[in-house]
Design a protein. Structure first.
Length: 262
């Protein structure tokens, strides 16, 4: 403990940069940024993680500028890097929510909106269900712990006292945002195909029996197809989430390596 305090006193400015990046990541990362987790708990975890990381970074090779302007610029850079780490991880959950919203539009559940307490945002029914499943899978495979390891490792890839490559960072974010829609379509495609077949079948029935009110009959039928399809495809959905999470962490590592390279 005495060694930690001595290291903190000798590297107070460097500790501030570490804390800024970790706090920015905590503010945008999935699970860690949830409103369910109190702000005091997140702030305490950020301080503890910064203290634990400081001895690994303070090896005497990093020189923190004494100029106030230069230090503020480095702190702003740390905010950008921390937010980027959290957003890259958050894109997977955004893709799942988009997939759920697309399915809800086809099945009729989009007429009902609920407030997600974790994000305080309006989500469709299946969008919230898929988001909860994704959160459960993320925690079950230790994604939150891997994310903490990633932000600690990022100080070696993108040193806090050096300026990163902004073009590599922006390009990496854009590429990963494009992958968001691909993942969303992979999740939603099977159920959208089933709902399309259901619409075709209802159209044929309406032609064969014009006296039947297809709009009234079709709503519960399509809702049932969406719910049954979600239950049947749940194992495949979990497998897809597992693979997408592993790929997300690999993409995060690639983006950080490219950002820290000169």
């Amino acid at each position: 403990m005495i060694e930690v305090i001595a290291t903190l006193q000798a590297n107070a400015l460097l500790f501030g940069l570490l804390l800024v990046r970790i706090s920015a990541m905590f503010a945008t990362a999935p699970v860690l940024s949830s409103r369910v987790v109190p702000i005091r708990v997140r702030a305490g975890l950020a301080v503890i993680l910064a203290l634990a990381t400081l001895p690994l970074v303070a090896d005497g090779t990093l020189q923190v500028p004494e100029s106030t302007v230069a230090y503020v610029l480095l702190a702003a850079k740390e905010v950008v890097v921390g937010i980027a780490i959290g957003l890259i991880a958050q894109m997977l959950f955004a893709a799942v929510q988009v997939a759920g919203s697309v399915i809800d539009m086809g099945s009729g559940f989009a007429m009902a909106q609920t407030i997600d307490p974790t994000s305080n945002a309006n989500l469709s029914l299946l969008g919230r269900v898929y988001n909860l499943i994704a959160t459960t899978v993320f925690i079950a495979i230790g994604g939150h712990l891997i994310l903490v390891q990633a932000v600690v490792a990022s100080f070696g890839l993108v040193p806090p006292t050096s300026l990163p490559n902004p073009f590599a960072l922006s390009e990496g974010m854009l590429v990963r945002s494009a992958d968001l829609f691909m993942i969303a379509m992979q999740v939603a495609a099977p159920l959208m195909a089933a709902l399309l077949i259901t619409d075709v079948a209802l159209g044929i029935i309406s032609r064969a029996a014009p006296q039947m009110n297809v709009f009234i009959v079709g709503l519960p039928v399509k809702a049932g197809v969406a719910l049954m399809g979600t239950a049947v495809l749940l194992p495949a959905f979990v497998t897809l989430l597992n693979g997408a999470t592993q790929q997300m962490f690999q993409d995060l590592s690639d983006v950080l390596r490219a950002t820290g390279s000169p």
